[in-house]
Design a binder for this molecule. Sequence first.
Ligand SMILES: [Zn+2]
Ligand SMILES: [Zn+2]
Length: 195
Amino acid sequence: MVIEPALKRTSISYPTTPSELIDHAIEYSKTIKLPIDISVIHWTISRRATKRAACCKFSPGSPDILISLTWKAFQAYGWEKFKSIIRHELIHVWEYQTYGSTSHGSLFKEKAQQLDAPLHCDAFCSPRFYLICKNKDCQWKTIRHRASKTVTHPFHFYRCRKCGSPYTVEHVGTSIRWNTHLEYRRARKKIGIHW
Ligand SMILES: [Zn+2]
Ligand SMILES: [Zn+2]
């Protein structure tokens, strides 16, 4: 006969401070069934008032990932619901580590359903675009969050900040690239709802 060990804690502990929220998030992320390397995740708390519950930031050329958790969102949602936000962010980590980019596309949706995570984060703030210098000796690469003119009008008006060569723009979610405004317009059409 197997005797179940008695529960050590009679009540479940919930985070009450930002540092406890980080500790809980780290422990919780270890329990999620996703083949991800959580050792490269850096966790931080955002105290600024914002509509974002959390967000993931990826740095080009580095495996490091920053997940920022919004303290006010946690206070509004409570730990149980906030865990689903953490699952959402970890799906981004999984997609990024597995495929090199992440979006809210079909792969994401499938995993989100499996893990019962929300499909949308209010503002997904991982970079949307890379600007990549075409001069192979230069290695200049930078990110853009918005479709500014450097994104929509490469070549015509803008050059690599480091060496002055033309650069390629890459849409992070789909990996579609363009070099000119005309190519951008074609790409924009192709990307469609995944823009
Ligand atoms: Zn998201
Ligand atoms: Zn360059």
